[in-house]
Write a protein that binds this ligand. Structure first.
Ligand SMILES: [Zn+2]
Length: 431
């Protein structure tokens, strides 16, 4: 009897202590909480994201993290200005332009143009590259009217639906003085012009949730990060209207919490570890932009950002990819540290998607920090990406656990101060 009982006890203990050191049950608990309907899709500026923030802060507290310097809690609060166009009217060549055929960006305040004297006019013709011409316009200052050929209607509409959302301005942003009006209309001359538009600005509160484990070296920092916001509630699809964002990016947020717990258990690290979960990634990466300006980039040895690790990568389970592989040797270091394990790390297989620039690592990368994102998602074929179907049931929790474990093993030498990745050359990073 006793033998059998001991055997059962032994088996029970083996079952509990996963070889990874990261507890799969705990991974599931955190994922379940963050992606539950109660969090209402964690959209920035909604009560749903507040709940997610409170949950992450309570996890950090329980783990025993400390707030970072200059903060008294895990909340890194900041204010953004949200600028929305209130009223507008556009008449060109004596024709009243329908709302669907123009969009406006104001730097601040109102505009009233009654002739082309103080306005520069440019044309995007049929054979022009719309994207290139549009970014040139967005880089300008002053008053600019851009007339767009109706041949570019589809891309114009994509820009318009983006531009009609309120514009978010951070206190750390440099002020723009551009007033832009894009009009979809076939013409090559402006004979008459009347544009009137007013904007309303509103102050809005945001918060990243950030904690640290202070190492022996306070001036050498390793950042582990992910974004905790998602898309919120939208139009119902088969009765479901909540964008749970289980993969994007509850999975990465879970990894950050688990890594905090893992390293805390190991005692004081050589380098200081910062665990950051960002707000407002989905609406423009504002959380990480703010965070990145609060630290001295020269003190950050590496940033490992974790984006969508919910499903096996195209190379199968036990593998993940890293964006911007050749920009520093962080990927090589981590891959080397994983030698002898079942896990492999490889270069981003979707370079055409520009994912290196599309996630929260980009701001610090531009400042020279070896800042990269790790992911496993098959972004080209994932039918749940940015859909209400991005739910826990579609995720492989065992593989997520292995991925978090692999990040812990891969980063160990950097945490210990034995390995230091090369810096990114800011000149090789697109603005
Ligand atoms: Zn994401």
């Amino acid at each position: 009897m006793i033998f059998v009982r001991n055997l059962i006890l032994t088996l029970f203990l083996i079952g509990c202590t996963t070889p990874s050191g990261i507890d799969q049950k705990d991974v599931k608990r955190i994922l379940e909480t963050l992606s539950s309907d109660e969090m209402q899709g964690r959209r920035t500026f909604t009560p749903g994201i507040e709940k997610a923030a409170a949950f992450i802060a309570s996890e950090f507290e329980e783990i025993g993290l400390k707030p970072i310097d200059n903060l008294s809690s895990f909340y890194q609060r900041f204010t953004a200005t949200s600028v929305a166009i209130k009223e507008s009217k556009v008449v060109i060549n004596n024709k009243l332009i329908e709302k669907n055929n123009y969009f406006i960006r104001l730097s601040d305040g109102d505009i009233s143009w009654t002739d082309t004297e103080s306005v520069e006019v440019s044309f995007i013709n049929t054979n022009d590259d719309f994207g290139k011409k549009a970014s040139e316009a967005f880089a300008r200052n002053g008053n600019l009217l851009v007339m767009v050929s109706t041949e570019h209607k589809d891309i114009f509409n994509r820009y318009r639906s983006y531009m009609e959302r309120p514009r978010i301005v951070l206190p750390t942003d440099s002020e723009s003085s551009a007033n832009l009006v894009f009009v979809l209309m076939d013409t090559n001359a402006i004979d008459q012009l009347y544009v009137e538009a007013s904007s309303a600005a509103e102050e809005k509160q945001l918060a990243n949730i950030v904690g640290k484990i202070e190492g022996n070296k306070k001036d050498e920092i390793v950042v582990f990060s992910a974004h905790y916001d998602h898309l919120g509630i939208g139009k119902p699809v088969e009765g479901d209207s909540i964008f749970n964002g289980a993969n994007d990016d509850a999975s990465g947020t879970t990894a950050v919490i688990e890594l905090a717990n893992y390293y805390k258990q190991k005692g004081t690290p050589e380098r200081t570890l910062i665990f950051a979960t960002f707000t407002a990634e989905e609406i423009g990466g504002f959380g990480s932009r703010y965070f990145s300006k609060q630290l001295d980039p020269d003190k950050i040895v590496a940033m490992i950002n974790i984006e969508m690790i919910g499903k096996p990568s195209k190379e199968g389970i036990n593998s993940a990819w890293l964006t911007g592989w050749n920009k520093s040797d962080l990927g090589e270091i981590m891959e080397h540290n994983l030698d002898g394990t079942e896990y492999t790390l490889y270069a981003d297989p979707y370079p055409e998607q520009n994912l290196f620039y599309r996630s929260d690592n980009a701001t610090l990368a531009r400042l020279g920090v070896p800042a990269h994102s790790i992911s496993t998602t098959q972004i080209d074929i994932d039918t749940d990406y940015h859909q209400v179907s991005d739910e826990l049931a579609t995720l492989d929790v065992e593989n997520i656990t292995q991925t978090i474990n692999a990040i812990a093993i891969g980063a160990q030498g950097i945490v210990d101060g034995r390995q230091t990745p090369t810096r990114i050359n800011p000149d090789e990073v697109k603005r």
